[in-house]
Design a protein around this ligand. Structure first.
Ligand code: AMP
Length: 397
């Protein structure tokens, strides 16, 4: 094995995902997950040759550090540790400060931590994960790759809220956008499919997973995106409400709901779950809909209508459009969701190619619209690959 491996770490408040990416082949040599941090059942698990392995963490102590230390032992056992040349960390919020990937040092750690106000569930957890990785791999360079960075090219008219500018200058309230590494990756891959330089390509990228967002990409750059100040805005998601009249929050507070209850309702009990009253999982929604479940049918209709409305509105952000790109768990796999969204876009001339739609699933890319009609395609996303590649490029810069 050559010195081409980058360890990618995505550290959350109670979990830590990791993947070892070979930056030559693009393959994930190993991947795993630490979860239930802060609880007695904290565990790290990984798969080798399809077989799952688990290691229980000590109930006491710092689970992020324990998880990273166990990953180090695992890499030593597998004889891979010496081939790792860099570590790339996913960071949800880089504010306006970080417009590209950076090497992590103490001042970068402090900056990321200082943005915790904007991403209280994510940024503090990233810093804990970074410190644990720096302690475990003291000789390796570590890099931070930001979900927000790709969207820093948005013009003021796209990122400014229609509110007093004092709220922006005093608190940084504006649209930041998320899923940037995913929108970046699929637009680069889509440019190859339409056979144009990415700097001359225009796309509407539709990331539909548990979190969901749309991004208008003009000449390879993000010019608008549906997530906002936080990842709650925009599309309806698995458990998040997306766009909502802000007065509803005041209304619920006056009805005696606590701030936390309102926050939990909109983040954890809304979206597909809230509307269906059943599940946040798209597969469960489709299955229940096929069995005639009313809530699931409404959730499906609402989801597809709202995605199509966003795509329609983002036509305004572009002068021309090479393709709509579908990606992430739902976008890459759900045939009925893509089919319904295209049907909702018929005024723009989109016509589903049923064979193409059926073929582009389970990791397969492909065009899903008929020849000589506007193009929609599926591109499987690969955020870990972007994190690994950017880390490697900076290492050699
Ligand atoms: P992600 O957040 O990208 O992992 O996506 C999670 C979402 O993808 C969940 O709503 C899943 O139900 C959905 N998903 C994953 N696989 C499939 C599939 N084969 N068909 C439909 N939806 C899927």
């Amino acid at each position: 094995m050559s010195n081409s491996l980058v360890l990618v770490i995505n550290s959350g408040s109670s979990s830590l995902k990791f993947a070892l990416i070979d930056t030559v082949s693009g393959e994930a040599t190993l991947s795993g997950l630490g979860e239930c941090f802060g609880m007695p059942e904290a565990v790290v698990s990984w798969k080798i040759d399809g077989e799952k392995h688990e290691h229980a963490l000590d109930a006491e102590g710092n689970h992020h550090q324990q998880a990273v230390d166990r990953i180090v032992v695992l890499l030593e056992e597998l004889g891979m540790k010496q081939d790792i040349v860099a570590i790339g960390h996913r960071v949800v919020h880089g504010g306006e400060k970080f417009t590209k990937t950076v090497k992590i040092d103490e001042s970068v750690l402090e900056e990321i931590d200082s943005l915790s106000d904007l991403a209280p569930l994510h940024n503090p957890a990233h810093v804990i994960g970074m410190r644990a990785a720096m302690a475990a791999f003291p000789s390796l360079s570590q890099y931070a790759v930001f979900d927000t960075a790709f969207h820093q090219t948005m013009p003021a008219k796209a990122y400014t809220g229609a509110i007093s500018q004092k709220l922006y200058t005093d608190y940084g309230i504006r649209r930041y956008g998320f899923h940037g590494t995913s929108h970046y990756y699929v637009s680069r891959e889509a440019a190859k499919v339409v056979n144009k330089p990415v700097e001359e390509s225009n796309f509407i990228s539709v990331h539909l997973g548990n979190g969901a967002s749309v991004c208008a990409i003009k000449n390879g750059k993000s010019v608008d995106t549906s997530m906002g100040f936080t990842p709650l805005a925009g599309l309806m998601m698995g458990t998040r409400c997306g766009d909502l009249d802000p007065s509803i929050i005041e209304f619920l507070l006056k009805k005696g709901w606590s701030q936390q209850e309102v926050f939990d309702e909109l983040n954890k009990k809304s979206g597909l779950l809230g509307v269906s009253g059943l599940t946040s999982d798209c597969r469960g929604i489709i299955e229940a809909m096929e069995n005639g479940h009313e809530g699931a049918t409404l959730a499906f209709e609402l989801f597809c209508y709202r995605v199509a409305k966003y795509i329609g509105s983002y036509m305004v952000a572009l002068d021309e459009l090479d393709a709509i790109i579908f990606t992430a768990g739902i976008g890459e796999n759900s045939l009925p969701i893509r089919s319904k969204i295209l049907e909702n876009l018929k005024i723009f001339g989109y016509r589903e190619d049923e064979e193409g739609n059926a073929a582009a699933r389970f990791g397969n890319a492909g065009v899903i619209t008929k020849p000589n009609t506007p193009v929609a395609m599926v591109i499987p996303t690969n955020e870990e690959w972007v994190i690994a590649k950017e880390s490697m490029e900076l290492l050699h810069a």
